[in-house]
Design a protein. Structure first.
Length: 96
């Protein structure tokens, strides 16, 4: 039996996707922050510079959370709008 998805729930899908992207960004953000802490604190002219702030380790996952939410809401809205004209994602199911 072929089935089409008629509507995607923007808020629910966005919540799930935002949390998943924020958590997965920690895989990259934390090691990158640790590497940045180990870099020498001098610029090209040999003058001392400020070390990166520990807040940066939390800023990137937060930005991923916000942008993941916003972009998923927009994507779901666009899908729901275009469903009227093009139809939805179609898949086939089979009972065992």
């Amino acid at each position: 039996m072929k089935v089409q998805i008629a509507r995607l729930s923007p808020h629910q899908n966005a919540k799930v996707f935002a949390v998943l992207t924020a958590l997965s960004s920690l895989i990259f953000a934390i090691p990158m922050f640790v590497v940045f802490l180990m870099l020498p604190e001098v610029n090209a002219a040999g003058k001392p510079t400020n070390a990166p702030s520990p807040a940066m380790a939390f800023l990137f996952p937060f930005l991923y959370l916000v942008m993941g939410y916003v972009m998923t809401v927009l994507g779901c809205w666009f899908y729901n709008f275009m469903f009227k004209y093009l139809g939805g994602i179609e898949y086939e199911t089979r009972e065992q």
